[in-house]
Design a protein around this ligand. Structure first.
Ligand code: GLC
Length: 422
């Protein structure tokens, strides 16, 4: 089962870094602003990641409670962060550094799983045909030029580069291909699995790294599905088969460093999204976009530090945990790990929280942040509400008594020990 470590880890870090980090206005800047190769070249000529510190990145991920990291080896702009023999559009040519090498070494030193992101799209390669997602799509002449372009040659390049990444950097645990868009739009074709020869690429992955997880964005099913920038509302099931899934999320809506975008999610919201994902049997891959010098932006560093402090105390409710088949109360979500059921309280009620169906199933209840006992009781369903006495709860409900003061953590978690046999 190649996804066992992945199911266990639950929380990973996505890192988008490349030429667009210096542009500092979204990783799709070349596309959004219809930049020509010459106009975009300035970011290559001035690529200077003097503060890109793979060890610091790996340590930050680990201290945030993350079990794996996924780095962009090449994004849609085609710029490669490793020493590819197939192009000189690389970090080695731009600044003399193989950033993928630095990254895999640092992750292994910290005991983290190694993930790579690789773009199927390539706006730099001369044989990659212009389509409706391409920066040159507004140029009618490109229809004609497409006739000279040979996607077969691009495919060889793509497969050759994937081979480099999967043979020269030791064991790779995870590969995130990005992405397939087969539909036609605005008079342009899209690109489907045949454009990449997705079957052959997946076979190459299986041959070179049989244990490696591969995502679903080759346009053919593989090991896990990838909801992007939204939260599912239930465990994901396709044709009756439960899916391994990972929600990828940004901190501010942009994957690459975007200096003037302050749409920053709070640490509380991000912790809720993480707990919510695990409650539905999924993972969360949280992105950071290091800045033009390769440094983690202070605002992201601060959010990660807050999440790390929450994970230090609540790790057991996330790592190794998953979906619990109980109906959670309106205040939050459940996760479960073995005989422990965790109630993540997104809102803090007055005095009590009532847990449906758990009356005879819980042997101990405590707050996870400080290990303090929480008293429990069961009310008589026939009890009528009077001025100062609440009505009884329905049969089988367990009532957990809470202090008035909400613990000062991102999300308070109640740990319930389940009676044997449940
Ligand atoms: C999208 C975007 C991209 C980002 C990725 C992350 O497909 O094209 O910029 O890298 O998702 O999931």
């Amino acid at each position: 089962m190649r996804q066992l470590w992945f199911d266990e880890a639950r929380f990973g870090m996505f890192v988008h870094f490349g030429l667009y980090s210096g542009a500092a206005r979204h990783e799709w800047v070349q596309n959004y602003e219809r930049l020509t190769a010459e106009e975009y070249r300035v970011y290559f000529d001035h690529f200077d990641p003097d503060l890109f510190d793979a060890t610091a990145l790996a340590r930050r991920a680990k201290a945030t409670g993350m079990g794996y990291v996924v780095l962009t080896t090449k994004h849609h702009d085609g710029f490669c962060l490793w020493d590819s023999a197939l192009t000189d559009y690389t970090s080695v040519a731009a600044c003399g550094r193989d950033l993928v090498r630095e990254y895999v070494d640092a992750l292994r030193a910290e005991g983290l799983r190694v993930g790579l992101y690789h773009s199927l799209i390539d706006w730099h390669h001369p044989d990659f045909t212009v389509d409706w997602n391409h920066p040159r799509r507004d140029d009618a002449i490109e229809h004609e030029r497409n006739r000279e372009r040979d996607m077969g040659r691009y495919r060889d390049y793509l497969h050759g580069q994937v081979r480099e990444l999967l043979t020269q950097y030791g064991d790779i645990d995870y590969l995130f291909f990005d992405f397939t868009y087969p539909e036609e739009k605005d008079g342009w074709a899209g690109k489907g699995p045949d454009d990449w020869d997705g079957e052959a690429l997946l076979a190459l992955c299986r041959e070179l790294q049989p244990q490696m997880l591969v995502n679903d964005r080759l346009g053919i099913p593989a090991d896990f599905v990838t909801p992007e920038q939204y939260q599912p509302t239930a465990p994901i099931v396709v044709d009756g088969v439960p899916q391994v899934w990972e929600a990828c999320q940004t901190i501010n809506g942009s994957w690459g460093y975007h200096r003037d975008n302050h749409d920053q999610k709070s640490a509380v919201l991000l912790a809720q999204m993480l707990a919510d994902s695990v409650s539905m049997g999924g993972n969360m891959l949280l992105n950071i976009g290091p800045d033009g010098r390769g440094s983690i932006a202070p605002r992201d560093e601060a959010v990660l530090a807050d999440l790390g402090e929450w994970m230090r105390l609540h790790r057991d409710a996330i790592v190794g945990a998953g979906h619990a088949p109980f109906a959670a109360p309106r205040e939050g979500v459940y996760t479960r790990r073995g005989d422990r059921l965790y109630l993540h309280l997104f809102s803090w009620p007055l005095g009590y929280v009532h847990l449906d169906g758990l009356a005879d199933r819980v042997t101990y209840a405590r707050l996870l942040n400080d290990g303090s006992l929480l008293r429990t009781s069961v009310t008589d369903p026939a009890q009528e509400a009077t001025l100062m006495t609440p009505a009884g709860e329905s049969e089988g409900t367990l009532t957990v008594h809470l202090p008035v003061q909400r613990p000062d953590v991102l999300i308070p978690v109640i740990e319930l020990t389940l009676a044997p046999g449940d």
